[in-house]
Ligand binder design. Structure first.
Ligand SMILES: Nc1nc2c(ncn2[C@@H]2O[C@H](COP(=O)(O)O)[C@@H](O)[C@H]2O)c(=O)[nH]1
Ligand SMILES: [Mn+2]
Length: 380
């Protein structure tokens, strides 16, 4: 399938459990990748979710249980996640244009001294550095102001009209550096008790902490800019490896289903959901979708989007009367709403298959993207 990174195949293939309906938009290439990874040595089980799409090192929107650690199944953006925060700002007090101007502070990122002391408090400064903490990054990372449109009163304290922040970011250049600096034996997978495996796990855990702090600093900056307080609803990671049942569970673009709540990001032009999730379906490997998933790759979006000045200006508005702040023309096209699958269809599949139920539906009011370019591999 033309992916030089994919490892050697073994005779046996692990069980693959697809969690999507026959109507789901799933590329054949993504299913080929799923099958190929299922045949890697030591692979015990594989699950694919309705946001499944092809990735650089293997499919995205999937979970893999193996007897060893495969760093390529976590990818370079170790610890990437979605954090949902509730703001104590009522919607009627929000002035979108003013908020857009105020959120421009996100482009500068967190104060380096404050970021360094927050990182020092985490006790991991000797493992990886604090530089870059509190910045969104490129690619499909974002800080989005959302309004709750619908909520299930018995399941959440969120109410229609509440404002939230959804922050999607990861370990930025740190994760990419860790990935590039790995001992070459990673291509065959690491035994967890090997020196290389132990070193990877230590760096992975530091990158996870870095990414989580990054999301918190971004939310703090945004809340300060909007003169309100933010309280965390949930922060779920979707690129990680964790121990499970004596084996190693890799999540690539899949969130953990063991913490009760998970955001399902839609797109800048579609709703997102807060889901109540359950780890009661063993074949799902304690995992669930975290987004709608890519429908069209970045390169092909350039051919799908018209490029007149007014077409590009239209891409900075969404159908909910909201705004997209993105100075990078390429990113504006590559991340346009049609680049992603329909989140309602993804949500329906997860619900029908007993993995999650929607408890709130949120629409984007301001999607703030970095003006900068992605670090290679950062946003997969
Ligand atoms: N609410 C928004 N969701 C978005 C936006 N851009 C992308 N997305 C969704 O996020 C996930 C991220 O996927 P990952 O594999 O890179 O972690 C993606 O599947 C989209 O559904 C946005 O601007 N706003
Ligand atoms: Mn991500």
């Amino acid at each position: 399938m033309g992916n030089p990174i994919l490892g050697e195949q073994s005779a046996a293939r692990a069980r693959i459990s697809p969690f999507y309906s026959s109507q789901a938009w799933i590329e054949g290439r993504a299913e080929d990748q799923l099958a190929q990874v299922a045949a890697w040595p030591g692979m015990a089980a594989v699950a694919g979710f309705p946001d499944l799409h092809p990735g650089r090192f293997g499919p995205v929107g999937a979970a893999f249980l193996a007897d060893r650690i495969w760093p390529q199944l976590v990818g370079p953006d170790i610890g990437c996640g979605m954090a949902l925060w509730r703001l104590d700002l009522p919607r009627h007090r929000l002035k979108i244009d003013k908020a857009v101007r105020r959120l421009a502070v996100l482009d500068r990122g967190a104060d380096p001294d404050e970021a360094a002391s927050a990182w020092a408090a985490a006790g991991l400064e000797g493992v990886i550095g604090a530089e870059g903490l509190g910045s969104i990054g490129g690619g499909n990372h974002f800080c989005e102001l959302q309004a709750v449109e619908e909520a299930v009163p018995e399941a959440t304290t969120l109410r229609p009209g509440d404002l939230c922040l959804l922050v999607h970011s990861g370990s930025r250049g740190r994760g990419a550096q860790i990935f590039e600096g790995l001992d070459v034996s990673w291509k065959q997978g690491y035994a967890a008790d090997s020196a290389a495996g132990q070193r990877y796990l230590a760096l992975h855990d530091a990158a996870m902490a870095w990414a989580r702090l990054n999301r918190a600093l971004i939310a703090g900056l945004a809340a300060e800019a909007l003169s309100c307080a933010a309280s965390l609803i949930c922060d779920t990671v979707h690129n990680q490896v964790v121990a499970r049942d004596g084996l190693w569970l890799h999540r690539k673009g899949a969130a953990g289903a063991d913490r009760g709540l998970v955001p399902l990001a839609g797109s800048r032009d579609a709703p997102s959901y807060l889901m109540s999730v359950t780890d009661s379906v063993p074949e799902a490997l304690g995992s669930v979708s975290h987004g709608a998933g890519r429908r069209y790759d970045r390169a092909s979006m350039h051919g799908r989007v018209r490029k007149t000045k007014s077409d590009l200006a239209a891409l900075t508005r969404n159908r909910f009367g909201g705004r997209v702040v993105c100075e990078d023309r390429d990113l504006l096209m590559e991340e346009a709403g049609p680049a992603y699958k329909n989140p309602e269809a993804v949500m329906r599949d997860l619900s029908d298959l007993g993995l999650a139920r929607p408890i709130a539906r949120l629409v984007p009011l301001i999607t703030f993207k970095s003006a900068g370019k992605a670090i290679a591999g950062e946003a997969e």
